[in-house]
Design a protein around this ligand. Sequence first.
Ligand code: LLP
Length: 432
Amino acid sequence: MMISDCFAINDQGHLTIGGCDTVALAKEFGTPLYVMDEDKIRRNCRMYQDSIQQYYQGRGLVLYASKAFNCKEMCRIVNEEGLGLDVVSGGELYTALQAGFPAGRIHFHGNNKTREELSMALDAQVGHFIVDNLRELELLDALAKEKGQVADISLRIKPGIDAHTHEAVMTGQIDSKFGFALETGEALEAVRFAAQFQHVNLKGLHNHIGSQIFDIAPFLQAARVMLNFIAQIKKEVGIVIEELNLGGGFGIKYVDQDRPVPYGDYMKEISLAVVETCKELSLEVPYIYMEPGRSIVGEAGLTLYEVGGVKEIPGVRTYVSIDGGMTDNPRYALYQSDYTVMVANKANEPADQVVTVAGKCCESGDLIQEHTPIQSVEAGDLLTVLCTGAYNFSMASNYNRIPRPAVVMVKNGIPRVVVRRETYEDLIRNDQ
Ligand code: LLP
Protein backbone atom coordinates (compact mmCIF):
# COMPACT_ATOMS: atom_id res chain seq x y z
CA MET A 1 0.00 0.00 0.00
CA MET A 2 1.47 3.34 -1.06
CA ILE A 3 1.29 6.39 1.16
CA SER A 4 -1.35 8.02 -1.04
CA ASP A 5 -3.82 6.27 -3.36
CA CYS A 6 -2.68 8.29 -6.38
CA PHE A 7 0.76 6.65 -6.32
CA ALA A 8 1.45 3.13 -7.62
CA ILE A 9 4.26 1.06 -9.12
CA ASN A 10 4.02 -0.18 -12.73
CA ASP A 11 5.40 -3.31 -14.44
CA GLN A 12 8.74 -1.66 -15.07
CA GLY A 13 9.12 -0.99 -11.37
CA HIS A 14 8.62 2.75 -11.89
CA LEU A 15 6.59 4.90 -9.56
CA THR A 16 3.42 6.31 -11.12
CA ILE A 17 1.16 9.21 -10.16
CA GLY A 18 -2.40 9.38 -11.45
CA GLY A 19 -1.49 6.60 -13.89
CA CYS A 20 1.55 8.42 -15.37
CA ASP A 21 5.04 6.92 -15.23
CA THR A 22 7.27 9.33 -13.29
CA VAL A 23 10.32 8.33 -15.36
CA ALA A 24 8.48 9.35 -18.53
CA LEU A 25 7.30 12.59 -16.88
CA ALA A 26 10.85 13.51 -15.89
CA LYS A 27 12.03 12.79 -19.44
CA GLU A 28 9.30 14.90 -21.03
CA PHE A 29 9.23 17.86 -18.62
CA GLY A 30 12.68 17.81 -16.97
CA THR A 31 13.62 17.97 -13.29
CA PRO A 32 13.09 19.19 -10.68
CA LEU A 33 9.39 18.84 -11.33
CA TYR A 34 6.24 19.12 -9.24
CA VAL A 35 3.53 16.70 -10.33
CA MET A 36 -0.05 16.84 -9.08
CA ASP A 37 -2.92 14.40 -9.60
CA GLU A 38 -6.01 16.38 -10.54
CA ASP A 39 -8.41 13.51 -9.87
CA LYS A 40 -7.13 13.15 -6.34
CA ILE A 41 -7.56 16.90 -5.73
CA ARG A 42 -11.10 16.73 -7.04
CA ARG A 43 -11.90 13.67 -4.92
CA ASN A 44 -10.72 15.56 -1.84
CA CYS A 45 -12.83 18.60 -2.74
CA ARG A 46 -15.90 16.41 -3.17
CA MET A 47 -15.36 14.59 0.06
CA TYR A 48 -15.44 17.88 1.97
CA GLN A 49 -18.40 19.16 -0.04
CA ASP A 50 -20.33 15.95 0.56
CA SER A 51 -19.77 16.13 4.29
CA ILE A 52 -21.22 19.66 4.38
CA GLN A 53 -24.29 18.24 2.65
CA GLN A 54 -24.45 15.28 4.95
CA TYR A 55 -23.79 16.92 8.30
CA TYR A 56 -25.05 20.48 7.89
CA GLN A 57 -27.81 19.84 5.31
CA GLY A 58 -25.85 22.02 2.89
CA ARG A 59 -25.80 24.99 5.28
CA GLY A 60 -22.09 25.57 4.89
CA LEU A 61 -19.26 26.01 2.44
CA VAL A 62 -15.77 24.58 2.18
CA LEU A 63 -13.16 27.22 1.42
CA TYR A 64 -9.94 25.91 -0.07
CA ALA A 65 -7.01 27.59 1.73
CA SER A 66 -5.09 28.55 -1.36
CA LYS A 67 -1.85 29.28 0.49
CA ALA A 68 -1.24 25.53 0.32
CA PHE A 69 -0.99 25.61 -3.47
CA ASN A 70 -2.19 28.44 -5.64
CA CYS A 71 -2.01 28.94 -9.38
CA LYS A 72 -4.65 29.82 -11.94
CA GLU A 73 -5.41 26.22 -12.85
CA MET A 74 -5.87 25.27 -9.19
CA CYS A 75 -8.34 28.16 -8.79
CA ARG A 76 -10.25 26.92 -11.84
CA ILE A 77 -10.44 23.39 -10.44
CA VAL A 78 -11.63 24.62 -7.04
CA ASN A 79 -14.23 26.81 -8.74
CA GLU A 80 -15.49 23.91 -10.85
CA GLU A 81 -15.88 21.86 -7.70
CA GLY A 82 -18.01 24.62 -6.18
CA LEU A 83 -15.79 25.42 -3.21
CA GLY A 84 -15.00 28.89 -1.94
CA LEU A 85 -11.46 30.23 -1.72
CA ASP A 86 -9.38 31.56 1.16
CA VAL A 87 -6.79 34.10 0.01
CA VAL A 88 -4.32 35.80 2.25
CA SER A 89 -2.62 38.40 0.09
CA GLY A 90 -3.13 40.64 -2.90
CA GLY A 91 -1.15 38.14 -4.95
CA GLU A 92 -3.35 35.18 -4.09
CA LEU A 93 -6.41 37.35 -4.74
CA TYR A 94 -5.04 38.54 -8.07
CA THR A 95 -4.34 34.95 -9.17
CA ALA A 96 -7.88 33.89 -8.28
CA LEU A 97 -9.47 36.85 -10.07
CA GLN A 98 -7.32 36.27 -13.15
CA ALA A 99 -8.48 32.67 -13.15
CA GLY A 100 -12.08 33.87 -13.21
CA PHE A 101 -12.83 32.76 -9.66
CA PRO A 102 -16.13 34.35 -8.55
CA ALA A 103 -15.21 37.11 -6.08
CA GLY A 104 -18.33 36.47 -4.01
CA ARG A 105 -16.93 33.10 -2.95
CA ILE A 106 -13.53 34.52 -1.94
CA HIS A 107 -12.70 35.10 1.73
CA PHE A 108 -9.86 37.51 2.39
CA HIS A 109 -7.55 36.68 5.30
CA GLY A 110 -4.36 38.11 6.72
CA ASN A 111 -3.08 39.79 9.86
CA ASN A 112 -1.80 42.86 8.07
CA LYS A 113 -3.79 43.54 4.95
CA THR A 114 -2.59 46.78 3.44
CA ARG A 115 -4.79 49.67 2.36
CA GLU A 116 -4.06 48.75 -1.27
CA GLU A 117 -5.04 45.12 -0.72
CA LEU A 118 -8.27 46.03 1.04
CA SER A 119 -9.10 48.53 -1.66
CA MET A 120 -8.38 46.00 -4.41
CA ALA A 121 -10.58 43.44 -2.67
CA LEU A 122 -13.46 45.88 -2.26
CA ASP A 123 -13.21 46.91 -5.91
CA ALA A 124 -13.37 43.26 -6.90
CA GLN A 125 -16.43 42.75 -4.63
CA VAL A 126 -14.73 40.06 -2.57
CA GLY A 127 -17.41 38.25 -0.60
CA HIS A 128 -15.98 38.21 2.88
CA PHE A 129 -13.21 39.80 4.94
CA ILE A 130 -11.77 38.04 7.98
CA VAL A 131 -10.74 40.99 10.12
CA ASP A 132 -7.70 40.48 12.30
CA ASN A 133 -7.42 43.68 14.34
CA LEU A 134 -9.01 47.04 15.17
CA ARG A 135 -6.86 49.02 12.81
CA GLU A 136 -8.03 46.83 9.94
CA LEU A 137 -11.63 47.21 11.07
CA GLU A 138 -11.39 51.01 10.95
CA LEU A 139 -9.53 51.01 7.67
CA LEU A 140 -11.98 48.63 6.00
CA ASP A 141 -14.98 50.61 7.21
CA ALA A 142 -13.47 53.86 5.94
CA LEU A 143 -12.57 52.38 2.55
CA ALA A 144 -15.98 50.73 2.15
CA LYS A 145 -17.61 54.05 3.01
CA GLU A 146 -15.57 55.84 0.35
CA LYS A 147 -16.67 53.26 -2.20
CA GLY A 148 -20.30 53.26 -1.06
CA GLN A 149 -20.17 49.62 0.01
CA VAL A 150 -20.91 47.51 3.04
CA ALA A 151 -18.39 44.71 3.52
CA ASP A 152 -19.36 41.38 5.08
CA ILE A 153 -16.87 40.49 7.78
CA SER A 154 -15.92 37.91 10.36
CA LEU A 155 -13.62 38.52 13.27
CA ARG A 156 -10.61 36.27 13.67
CA ILE A 157 -10.66 34.89 17.20
CA LYS A 158 -7.90 33.17 19.17
CA PRO A 159 -9.89 30.57 21.05
CA GLY A 160 -7.01 29.79 23.42
CA ILE A 161 -6.58 26.22 22.23
CA ASP A 162 -3.20 24.56 22.28
CA ALA A 163 -3.12 22.22 19.29
CA HIS A 164 -0.41 19.59 19.23
CA THR A 165 1.63 20.49 16.21
CA HIS A 166 4.87 22.21 15.28
CA GLU A 167 5.26 25.54 17.10
CA ALA A 168 5.73 27.51 13.90
CA VAL A 169 2.29 26.49 12.62
CA MET A 170 0.31 26.81 15.89
CA THR A 171 -2.12 29.72 15.77
CA GLY A 172 -4.93 29.21 18.30
CA GLN A 173 -3.11 30.11 21.51
CA ILE A 174 -2.97 33.55 23.09
CA ASP A 175 0.63 34.20 22.08
CA SER A 176 -0.12 34.38 18.38
CA LYS A 177 0.00 37.30 15.99
CA PHE A 178 -3.37 36.33 14.56
CA GLY A 179 -6.71 37.69 15.72
CA PHE A 180 -8.44 38.82 18.89
CA ALA A 181 -7.93 36.98 22.18
CA LEU A 182 -10.95 35.64 24.03
CA GLU A 183 -9.44 35.39 27.53
CA THR A 184 -8.53 39.05 27.78
CA GLY A 185 -11.94 40.38 26.70
CA GLU A 186 -10.32 41.79 23.57
CA ALA A 187 -12.59 39.74 21.31
CA LEU A 188 -15.80 40.94 22.96
CA GLU A 189 -14.58 44.52 22.73
CA ALA A 190 -13.93 44.01 19.03
CA VAL A 191 -17.51 42.77 18.55
CA ARG A 192 -18.91 45.88 20.27
CA PHE A 193 -16.59 48.03 18.20
CA ALA A 194 -17.57 46.36 14.91
CA ALA A 195 -21.25 46.78 15.72
CA GLN A 196 -20.85 50.57 15.68
CA PHE A 197 -19.60 50.75 12.12
CA GLN A 198 -21.98 51.39 9.22
CA HIS A 199 -19.89 50.00 6.38
CA VAL A 200 -18.97 46.62 7.75
CA ASN A 201 -21.53 43.97 8.47
CA LEU A 202 -20.46 41.58 11.23
CA LYS A 203 -21.69 38.21 10.02
CA GLY A 204 -19.36 35.72 11.56
CA LEU A 205 -16.49 34.56 13.69
CA HIS A 206 -13.42 32.70 12.54
CA ASN A 207 -10.83 30.54 14.22
CA HIS A 208 -7.96 28.42 13.00
CA ILE A 209 -5.98 26.50 15.60
CA GLY A 210 -3.00 25.33 13.57
CA SER A 211 -1.89 22.97 10.85
CA GLN A 212 -0.99 19.28 10.39
CA ILE A 213 -3.07 18.31 13.44
CA PHE A 214 -3.84 14.64 14.04
CA ASP A 215 -6.20 14.94 17.04
CA ILE A 216 -9.89 15.61 16.80
CA ALA A 217 -10.11 16.90 20.38
CA PRO A 218 -8.69 20.42 19.83
CA PHE A 219 -11.11 20.99 16.93
CA LEU A 220 -14.07 19.97 19.09
CA GLN A 221 -12.84 22.13 21.92
CA ALA A 222 -12.39 25.12 19.59
CA ALA A 223 -15.89 24.68 18.13
CA ARG A 224 -17.41 24.63 21.64
CA VAL A 225 -15.44 27.68 22.75
CA MET A 226 -16.54 29.61 19.66
CA LEU A 227 -20.20 28.68 20.09
CA ASN A 228 -20.10 29.70 23.72
CA PHE A 229 -18.72 33.02 22.61
CA ILE A 230 -21.53 33.36 20.08
CA ALA A 231 -24.02 32.76 22.92
CA GLN A 232 -22.25 35.33 25.09
CA ILE A 233 -22.40 37.90 22.27
CA LYS A 234 -26.11 37.28 21.83
CA LYS A 235 -26.73 37.75 25.53
CA GLU A 236 -24.40 40.63 26.28
CA VAL A 237 -24.33 42.59 23.03
CA GLY A 238 -27.62 41.50 21.49
CA ILE A 239 -26.08 40.53 18.16
CA VAL A 240 -26.82 37.24 16.42
CA ILE A 241 -23.70 35.82 14.80
CA GLU A 242 -24.89 33.84 11.79
CA GLU A 243 -21.69 32.28 10.52
CA LEU A 244 -18.84 30.31 12.03
CA ASN A 245 -15.60 29.47 10.28
CA LEU A 246 -13.81 26.57 11.94
CA GLY A 247 -10.58 26.91 9.96
CA GLY A 248 -8.39 24.21 8.50
CA GLY A 249 -5.50 22.21 9.85
CA PHE A 250 -6.32 18.55 9.26
CA GLY A 251 -3.17 16.43 9.16
CA ILE A 252 -2.09 14.28 6.22
CA LYS A 253 0.13 11.25 5.81
CA TYR A 254 3.73 12.06 4.95
CA VAL A 255 5.33 8.88 6.30
CA ASP A 256 4.10 5.41 7.20
CA GLN A 257 3.94 6.16 10.92
CA ASP A 258 1.54 9.11 10.42
CA ARG A 259 -2.00 8.29 11.44
CA PRO A 260 -4.23 11.05 10.12
CA VAL A 261 -7.89 10.91 11.12
CA PRO A 262 -10.00 10.22 8.01
CA TYR A 263 -11.52 13.60 7.04
CA GLY A 264 -15.01 12.17 7.02
CA ASP A 265 -14.57 11.35 10.70
CA TYR A 266 -13.31 14.84 11.48
CA MET A 267 -16.28 16.38 9.76
CA LYS A 268 -18.74 14.06 11.45
CA GLU A 269 -17.42 14.59 14.97
CA ILE A 270 -17.08 18.33 14.56
CA SER A 271 -20.61 18.64 13.21
CA LEU A 272 -21.97 16.54 16.07
CA ALA A 273 -20.19 18.80 18.56
CA VAL A 274 -21.55 21.91 16.80
CA VAL A 275 -25.13 20.65 16.71
CA GLU A 276 -25.05 19.42 20.31
CA THR A 277 -23.45 22.59 21.68
CA CYS A 278 -25.97 24.75 19.83
CA LYS A 279 -28.78 22.75 21.39
CA GLU A 280 -27.30 23.20 24.88
CA LEU A 281 -26.94 26.93 24.32
CA SER A 282 -30.33 27.34 22.59
CA LEU A 283 -28.62 28.71 19.50
CA GLU A 284 -29.49 28.12 15.88
CA VAL A 285 -26.73 26.17 14.13
CA PRO A 286 -24.70 28.83 12.31
CA TYR A 287 -23.73 28.60 8.65
CA ILE A 288 -20.43 26.71 8.78
CA TYR A 289 -17.22 27.30 6.86
CA MET A 290 -14.25 24.93 6.89
CA GLU A 291 -10.89 25.94 5.45
CA PRO A 292 -8.74 22.95 4.51
CA GLY A 293 -5.59 23.53 2.48
CA ARG A 294 -3.00 20.82 3.04
CA SER A 295 -5.53 17.97 3.11
CA ILE A 296 -6.89 18.93 -0.33
CA VAL A 297 -3.57 19.00 -2.18
CA GLY A 298 -0.80 17.54 -0.02
CA GLU A 299 -1.18 13.85 -0.80
CA ALA A 300 -1.98 14.65 -4.45
CA GLY A 301 1.55 15.73 -5.31
CA LEU A 302 5.17 14.63 -5.53
CA THR A 303 8.44 16.18 -6.61
CA LEU A 304 10.92 14.57 -9.01
CA TYR A 305 14.66 15.25 -8.91
CA GLU A 306 17.69 13.90 -10.70
CA VAL A 307 20.41 12.56 -8.44
CA GLY A 308 23.86 14.07 -8.89
CA GLY A 309 26.70 13.22 -6.55
CA VAL A 310 26.47 10.60 -3.83
CA LYS A 311 28.96 11.43 -1.08
CA GLU A 312 29.68 8.70 1.42
CA ILE A 313 31.43 9.93 4.56
CA PRO A 314 32.52 6.73 6.32
CA GLY A 315 31.17 6.47 9.83
CA VAL A 316 29.21 9.70 9.41
CA ARG A 317 26.54 9.60 6.72
CA THR A 318 25.86 9.45 3.01
CA TYR A 319 24.72 12.61 1.26
CA VAL A 320 22.66 12.20 -1.89
CA SER A 321 22.59 15.47 -3.82
CA ILE A 322 19.62 16.40 -5.96
CA ASP A 323 19.03 19.11 -8.56
CA GLY A 324 16.59 21.01 -6.33
CA GLY A 325 16.38 21.54 -2.57
CA MET A 326 15.17 24.12 -0.05
CA THR A 327 14.26 26.45 -2.91
CA ASP A 328 11.45 24.13 -4.00
CA ASN A 329 10.83 22.51 -0.60
CA PRO A 330 11.93 24.53 2.44
CA ARG A 331 9.85 22.46 4.89
CA TYR A 332 12.60 20.27 6.32
CA ALA A 333 14.88 23.27 6.77
CA LEU A 334 12.06 25.19 8.47
CA TYR A 335 10.18 22.55 10.45
CA GLN A 336 12.19 19.31 10.23
CA SER A 337 9.18 17.90 8.38
CA ASP A 338 9.05 14.18 7.66
CA TYR A 339 8.82 12.98 4.08
CA THR A 340 8.91 9.65 2.28
CA VAL A 341 11.71 9.52 -0.23
CA MET A 342 12.10 6.92 -3.01
CA VAL A 343 14.13 6.15 -6.09
CA ALA A 344 11.29 6.43 -8.60
CA ASN A 345 13.00 4.27 -11.24
CA LYS A 346 13.68 1.49 -8.70
CA ALA A 347 10.42 1.70 -6.77
CA ASN A 348 10.13 -2.08 -6.37
CA GLU A 349 13.56 -2.53 -4.82
CA PRO A 350 14.00 -2.71 -1.05
CA ALA A 351 14.77 0.55 0.74
CA ASP A 352 17.83 -0.87 2.44
CA GLN A 353 20.11 2.14 2.43
CA VAL A 354 19.98 5.10 4.83
CA VAL A 355 20.90 8.48 3.37
CA THR A 356 20.58 12.21 3.79
CA VAL A 357 19.05 13.99 0.81
CA ALA A 358 20.71 17.34 0.21
CA GLY A 359 19.75 20.18 -2.08
CA LYS A 360 22.04 22.22 -4.29
CA CYS A 361 21.94 25.50 -2.36
CA CYS A 362 24.99 27.08 -0.81
CA GLU A 363 23.78 26.30 2.68
CA SER A 364 24.46 23.32 4.97
CA GLY A 365 20.87 23.35 6.21
CA ASP A 366 19.61 22.78 2.69
CA LEU A 367 18.40 19.26 3.39
CA ILE A 368 15.21 17.54 2.31
CA GLN A 369 15.41 14.61 4.73
CA GLU A 370 18.06 13.16 7.03
CA HIS A 371 18.79 9.49 7.78
CA THR A 372 15.99 8.26 5.59
CA PRO A 373 15.65 4.75 4.12
CA ILE A 374 15.86 4.57 0.34
CA GLN A 375 16.56 2.10 -2.48
CA SER A 376 20.19 1.82 -3.59
CA VAL A 377 20.83 5.14 -5.27
CA GLU A 378 23.39 6.42 -7.76
CA ALA A 379 23.99 9.43 -9.99
CA GLY A 380 21.38 9.71 -12.73
CA ASP A 381 18.60 8.07 -10.69
CA LEU A 382 15.24 9.77 -10.36
CA LEU A 383 14.61 10.61 -6.74
CA THR A 384 11.10 11.44 -5.63
CA VAL A 385 9.75 13.07 -2.49
CA LEU A 386 6.12 12.09 -1.92
CA CYS A 387 3.19 14.18 -0.72
CA THR A 388 4.66 17.55 -1.63
CA GLY A 389 1.41 18.95 -3.03
CA ALA A 390 0.96 21.43 -0.16
CA TYR A 391 3.29 24.23 0.94
CA ASN A 392 6.07 23.34 -1.50
CA PHE A 393 5.39 25.22 -4.75
CA SER A 394 3.68 27.93 -2.70
CA MET A 395 6.74 28.35 -0.45
CA ALA A 396 9.35 28.08 -3.18
CA SER A 397 12.00 30.76 -3.59
CA ASN A 398 14.72 31.83 -5.99
CA TYR A 399 17.53 31.60 -3.44
CA ASN A 400 20.86 31.26 -5.23
CA ARG A 401 18.96 32.40 -8.32
CA ILE A 402 17.60 28.94 -8.86
CA PRO A 403 14.56 28.99 -11.17
CA ARG A 404 11.35 27.46 -9.78
CA PRO A 405 10.36 24.08 -11.24
CA ALA A 406 7.36 23.57 -13.50
CA VAL A 407 4.10 22.17 -12.15
CA VAL A 408 2.56 19.37 -14.18
CA MET A 409 -1.03 18.33 -13.54
CA VAL A 410 -2.05 14.79 -14.44
CA LYS A 411 -5.63 13.91 -15.35
CA ASN A 412 -6.82 10.52 -16.57
CA GLY A 413 -3.22 9.55 -17.22
CA ILE A 414 -2.56 12.63 -19.36
CA PRO A 415 -0.05 15.24 -18.14
CA ARG A 416 -0.14 18.97 -18.87
CA VAL A 417 1.97 21.89 -17.68
CA VAL A 418 -0.06 24.23 -15.45
CA VAL A 419 2.87 26.39 -14.34
CA ARG A 420 5.78 26.56 -16.73
CA ARG A 421 9.35 26.21 -15.52
CA GLU A 422 11.03 29.51 -14.71
CA THR A 423 13.84 30.49 -17.06
CA TYR A 424 17.01 32.44 -16.35
CA GLU A 425 15.32 35.29 -18.19
CA ASP A 426 12.47 35.20 -15.68
CA LEU A 427 15.04 35.64 -12.95
CA ILE A 428 16.31 38.96 -14.33
CA ARG A 429 12.96 40.21 -15.60
CA ASN A 430 12.68 42.92 -12.93
CA ASP A 431 16.38 43.73 -12.70
CA GLN A 432 17.29 47.23 -13.93
N1 LLP B 1 -7.12 28.88 7.41
C1 LLP B 1 -6.20 29.71 7.93
C2 LLP B 1 -6.63 30.97 8.51
C3 LLP B 1 -4.85 29.35 7.91
O1 LLP B 1 -3.96 30.18 8.43
C4 LLP B 1 -4.45 28.13 7.32
C5 LLP B 1 -3.05 27.75 7.27
C6 LLP B 1 -5.45 27.30 6.78
C7 LLP B 1 -6.78 27.71 6.85
C8 LLP B 1 -5.14 25.99 6.13
O2 LLP B 1 -4.55 25.08 6.99
P1 LLP B 1 -4.23 23.59 6.47
O3 LLP B 1 -5.55 22.91 6.24
O4 LLP B 1 -3.46 23.70 5.22
O5 LLP B 1 -3.45 23.01 7.57
N2 LLP B 1 3.71 26.48 5.86
C9 LLP B 1 3.27 25.53 6.88
C10 LLP B 1 1.78 25.55 7.06
C11 LLP B 1 1.26 26.93 7.41
C12 LLP B 1 -0.23 26.95 7.54
C13 LLP B 1 -0.71 28.36 7.58
N3 LLP B 1 -2.11 28.50 7.68
C14 LLP B 1 3.74 24.14 6.47
O6 LLP B 1 4.39 24.02 5.44
O7 LLP B 1 3.49 23.17 7.18
